[in-house]
Design a protein around this ligand. Sequence first.
Ligand code: SF4
Length: 449
Amino acid sequence: MPSVYIKTYGCQMNERDSEAVAAQLVAKGYTLARSEAAADVILLNTCSVRDMAEQKALHKMEVLMHESRKRRPEVVLGFLGCMAQSRGRELIDRLPDVDLVVGTQKFHRTAEYLDEILSGRRARVVEVDAEARSEGAIREHLLDGNGRKSVSAFVSIMQGCNQYCTFCIVPYTRGEERSRPIADIVGECRELAARGVKEVTLLGQIVTSYGKREIGARDGQSAFVQLLDAVHEVEGLERIRFTSPHPKGYGDDLVAAYGRLPKLVESAHIPVQSGSDRVLKLMHRGYTRARYLELVRQLRSVQPNIGLTTDFIVGFPGETEVDFEETLSLVREVEFDQAYLFKYSERRDTPAASMPDQVPQAVREERLLRLLQLVNEVAGRRYAALVGRRVEILVEGVSRKNPARLEGRSRCNKIVVFEGAGRHLGQVMEVQVTRAGSFTLYGDPAILE
Ligand code: SF4
């Protein structure tokens, strides 16, 4: 059987989609190639959220067409994911050597399409139509990648987004919100636990909208909180995370869940995007700075040590220096543990792309640097404050920074590197933090339990 190599761009949803496609191909007899050079099929799972990500994937495909194709004319080349969805046939017109273009509701059919191409039944496949119930088709897992057995796994609970933030292309590439049934997700979590997984991260573009239409609220509990309760019952699972929620979907029931469900870890990634109400309104985010701050206050009153992370976009059209100062002051006020920062990137057909007062690139860059400096300074203090404390970690494997050591993840979502032994792999254990580095904590092996 042929070998396949999948290169993934973009977010955790894309990582998860690639994993599921790879697992589906393995189940059909494909092998996973270690490099592009050794692969019979090379697939690029693309991202459209920023122009840079699209340009990278396009450039990569051009290089593959010139290099891999020249050496081995029979190699199959394909695009998957968001850019495949938004550009469709246009990709083939631009890059005629591409054999396969698979949209975001067709991932699960990749093996079928490859069969058709490899057997000569179809010369080229472009499939980007919507497909009912495709949200339930991302469920296979590869738990033995990179020489280590995974003790944590991502579980896709829904697809799509109905929020239509004015800068975002996702509602157009991923479609309307569609949620999997609770029983289906719980079944997948049970299978993962039986395979040794101890931590699941429930994934969706906007998980707080999970099941709004299909399941609805019951006894004051949103469908998402009902799902958390059901996953919490799965034996063998020790930790539950989720990403990404939307600030406006964080109801009192979800805040209370942090105090009620011991497996729900003290960590939340809550994208805020801007500290200015004027910009939040232009972005169509649906909350104010005051509401966001109130949410942070509520969460910290339930879980004082909760790790809070966020996303910011700087240089959104119309963002003034005063608006940007409000973003800086929000960082100081909340004291995030980490923030992912992005320069605004125009996406075609989104409302923000044609808004007046586009911010010059040089100003976007300058603001990004200033925000980065502040975020690092604040996060540095948050990490340093953990020195001397005991934290519970789930040991994930060998440290990516130092292969002689192990690394685990704290409940508040911080990597902790320590000198451990094989018996610690996959264990939930306590470590004393002795030092804080850049977005990494270090534990003293002498004080290991
Ligand atoms: S909530 Fe907004 S930013 Fe997030 S995926 Fe939906 S439209 Fe995009």
